[in-house]
Design a binder for this molecule. Structure first.
Ligand SMILES: [Zn+2]
Length: 314
């Protein structure tokens, strides 16, 4: 897929500031299921895997109705998430070459705004993206809630990746660039997560977000059978405007946005399609095509539903 970039100019009509620091990230969104982006009322839309997907009546943000928030992270991001298939990965460690390449690609992408410095990857997994940044001269650090992945990053790649969650992690310094690549939809409280991220970016530093776009043509085509409707690991379904609103509220200004150059392993593609195969004719057809590709090969991701956006801390 070709990469496109554009200067973002989204009207920010919603203004909510970072929460009182005495409130924790996990208890700030209450159980009445108000919208976590604008705090307006929401309505149930449809069910996926036994979870209701709710939609805000004001801003349209969609989020999962998650009633049991206790131990959500440990339940969702066990080793099975990285190797058990389904909504997670069939073999995350097998994606090393692709993900190191993703790191190099993003390092080149942001070089117009920030040169090599200190970068923090939130949800660093096995450290592959950080390894790509390290190759281009960045000083790397990461946090990851899965013990096995963090250990792999330290022992196999020699990277400083701590076993920690963003909600509880305390940094010793600030960073020139913070990465949140495909992690924002997994937070119980994404607004709080962005406020915590803002504290980790030095003044004038940058934040890079990559996430899925529910307003893309791909998401619209598949409707409720879209692959990203996979609660409880995915809890939020953003659009570009909703990500920008949350980032602005946390103290960031948008600089650029675009579609990533994304390749995925054939084994991963087949695993995701198998997970969704019963849900729609589109997914069954895609699975038939994907089965023609050997597991060891990579395939270009043709959807337009993943985007990145670079922000500067004001
Ligand atoms: Zn809303």
């Amino acid at each position: 897929m070709s990469s496109t970039t554009s200067i973002l100019s989204i009207d920010d009509s919603i203004d909510h500031r970072c929460p009182n620091p005495n409130q924790t990230l996990n208890n700030r969104v209450d159980n009445k299921f108000d919208c976590p982006v604008c705090h307006f009322l929401s309505q149930r839309q449809f069910q996926v895997s036994g979870y209701w997907v709710r939609q805000c009546e004001a801003c349209g943000h969609q989020f999962a109705e998650l009633r049991d928030r206790n131990s959500h992270i440990s339940r969702c991001y066990s080793d099975d998430y990285f190797s058990g298939g389904g909504a997670g990965y069939a073999d995350y460690l097998g994606e090393q070459r692709l993900l190191v390449g993703r790191g190099r690609w993003y390092a080149r992408r942001v070089s117009r705004f920030c040169g090599p410095g200190a970068v923090l990857d939130i949800g660093a997994a096995a450290g592959f993206t950080l390894a790509g940044f390290r190759e281009t001269g960045w000083t790397t650090q990461g946090i990851e809630p899965n013990t096995t992945m963090a250990q792999h990053a330290r022992q196999r790649l020699g990277l400083l990746v701590e076993h920690a969650t963003l909600e509880t992690w305390e940094a010793n310094s600030t960073f020139d660039l913070v990465l949140m690549l495909q992690v924002l939809p997994h937070f119980l409280d994404p607004a709080g997560a962005l406020c915590k991220a803002a504290k980790l970016v030095r003044p004038g530093g940058h934040l890079l977000i990559e996430t899925w776009d529910r307003e893309s043509w791909t998401a619209r085509l598949f409707g409720r059978h879209w692959h990203e409707y996979s609660p409880p690991s995915v809890l939020h379904w953003f659009s570009r405007p909703s990500v920008i609103r949350l980032a602005r509220a946390a103290g960031f200004e948008p600089l650029m946005s675009g579609l990533p150059s994304k390749w995925i392993g054939a084994a991963h593609a087949k695993s995701v399609l198998r997970h969704k195969a019963q849900s729609s004719i589109f997914n069954r057809l895609a699975l038939i095509v994907a089965r023609l590709t050997p597991d060891r090969l990579s395939v270009p991701y043709l959807g337009d539903d993943l985007f990145w956006a670079l922000f500067r801390k004001v």
